[in-house]
Design a protein around this ligand. Structure first.
Ligand SMILES: [Cu+2]
Length: 126
């Protein structure tokens, strides 16, 4: 009896859970025309590592950095040219999220060593 009630409840909840799969949920700010994202670059990663916006939003991205180099948003070069970032400073970039998809964020270190991925920028389809 109890098991049967539980099974019915569990099946009834499945569609709700399926709609909440991480990565498929839209950011709560998706309906806004503009969004401001703040992140910190320390160690080898951005915090938070995954940055989210929705297509057609005007994005203001502020990155406080403890590293020096070139900040590079792959696949968004037409909107965000590779930009120098300096240790101890906050880089502010403003651009339009014209394309949906996932775009790697890289740092090209100032000392000329190999670039590395510091995070991912996801532009959701609203
Ligand atoms: Cu790069």
């Amino acid at each position: 009896m109890f098991n049967r009630v539980f099974a019915t409840l569990a099946i009834g909840l499945l569609p709700v859970l399926a709609a909440c799969v991480p990565g498929e949920a839209l950011p709560s700010t998706c309906g806004e025309p503009a969004v401001t994202i703040t992140a910190t670059l320390s160690g080898e990663h951005l915090n938070p590592t995954n940055l989210d916006a929705c297509r057609d939003q005007h994005v203001t991205l502020k990155v406080a950095s403890e590293l020096s180099g070139d900040f590079h948003l792959h696949g968004y070069d037409d909107q965000v040219p590779e930009t120098e970032i300096s240790k101890g400073e906050t880089l502010t970039l403003e651009f339009d999220a014209v394309r949906s998809g996932q775009f790697p964020i890289e740092l090209h270190p100032a000392d000329g060593s190999d670039e590395f991925e510091i995070g991912t920028f996801t532009v959701h389809e609203p």
